[in-house]
Design a protein around this ligand. Structure first.
Ligand code: ARG
Length: 358
């Protein structure tokens, strides 16, 4: 980033931050200091409250997220002082534990130093390995074929199961990546069972409790935090209609349909649709039974409409990406389907990173 663009972004964010937090009287002095720092050192450090609020506004601005009603409730673990590998891993393990919170999941972000070239190789802190078989089929989550190969290259022992959690891999710029297995006592996998279709329970499917995105860059006031893993709680369809159902993921619809006794050659029988509903019901049922926070897509849609009203009241336009906000099943039964949205990207925000092996 050029110094000019950093200065512009810093100014825009600090103005927003000090205005929304009613600290206008402190702005001028702070802006002077930031300008000096950018001039002398080419960068500046966000104050604790500036970073804290920035993570929240970045969530508020996340056009693809349906769960933004709760944007103010982000828990921020400020880990910017850490540098050594051991402390980084310890902080990530702490995040997993703190966010899970015995099942009452807390939206949490850990922010690591932006200037030390730290990045997390995994797309999420929790994720299942994928193994290619000799016949070309894949055991596990095909999303992680490349990551699994990288882990094996680094010396991780493949376990050949369908739901093996991968280790966490951290890379510091110019150094070989380092991996560590997640301590077993921090991990909760939910066994997926259906309230009345035993054949679905018999598939022994599992999913992890907490989705912790770790491959997006948090940008606040022009400062780019490459390592800033954050999590919410799951919406059921993410697991039931995508992770377990997509053809390039676990691709389970044909198996579930057959178990349900449906004819998968009859296009008019809507076997995919029927299988989807049951799989999604199983996901919601299992998480609730296990005491792990999850939301169904109908309630999430209602909450998003409430978020839109709340933002309007505060005089802000909501930006959103319709194709992401509308749930992947039963779209037209939710209010968000019938709502127009503007996909404009504002800052602060979370941005995609390239995969490290690309
Ligand atoms: N869709 C991703 C997954 O299935 C997780 C994305 C974040 N989801 C969330 N509910 N905060 O793992």
């Amino acid at each position: 980033m050029t110094e000019r663009s950093l200065r512009e972004k810093a100014k825009a964010y600090l103005e927003l931050c000090y205005r929304e937090l009613s600290k206008e009287d402190l702005f001028e002095e702070r802006w002077c200091k930031v300008q000096n720092s950018i001039e002398e050192q080419g960068t500046y450090e966000l104050l604790d409250f500036e970073l804290d609020y920035g993570t929240k506004v970045a969530w508020r601005n996340s056009n693809k997220c349906i769960g933004r009603l709760f944007w103010r409730s982000m828990e921020v673990l400020d880990q910017r002082s850490l540098g050594s590998m051991d402390t980084l891993f310890a902080a990530l393990f702490e995040h997993i534990d703190f966010a899970y919170n015995g099942g009452n999941i807390r939206s949490t972000i850990s922010v690591f130093n932006a200037h030390k070239g730290i990045r997390i190789v995994n797309p999420q802190l929790l994720g299942f390995a994928a193994y290619e078989q000799e016949d070309g089929s894949v055991v596990g989550d095909p999303k992680h074929l490349m990551l699994t190969k990288e882990c094996v290259k680094l010396g991780w022992e493949p376990k050949m199961g369908a739901f093996d959690l991968l280790p966490i891999v951290i890379q510091k710029e110019g150094e070989t990546p380092v991996w560590k297995e997640i301590p077993k006592d921090l991990i909760t996998l939910v066994s997926i069972e259906h309230p009345n279709i035993k054949a679905i329970s018999d598939l022994n499917l599992k999913w992890y409790a907490t989705p912790i995105i770790s491959n997006m860059t948090l940008e606040v006031g022009g400062i780019e935090f490459m390592a800033a893993p954050f999590n919410g709680w799951y919406m059921g369809t993410e697991i039931g209609a995508r992770n377990l159902a997509d053809e390039d993921r676990y691709n389970l619809l044909p198996i579930v349909a057959e178990k349900m006794g449906l004819d998968i050659r009859d296009k008019n029988a809507l076997w995919k649709d029927r299988a989807l509903v049951e799989l999604n019901q199983a996901v919601l049922y299992s998480f609730r039974k296990a005491g792990v926070k999850i939301i169904d897509h109908h309630s999430a849609s209602k909450q998003f409409m409430q978020f839109m009203r709340q933002e309007a009241k505060e005089g802000r336009d909501v930006t959103a990406d319709w194709s992401w906000i509308v749930p992947p099943t039963s779209g037209s039964t939710t209010k968000v389907f019938h709502t127009e949205m503007q996909d404009i990207i504002n800052s602060p925000n979370y941005f995609y990173q390239e995969d490290p092996w690309d």
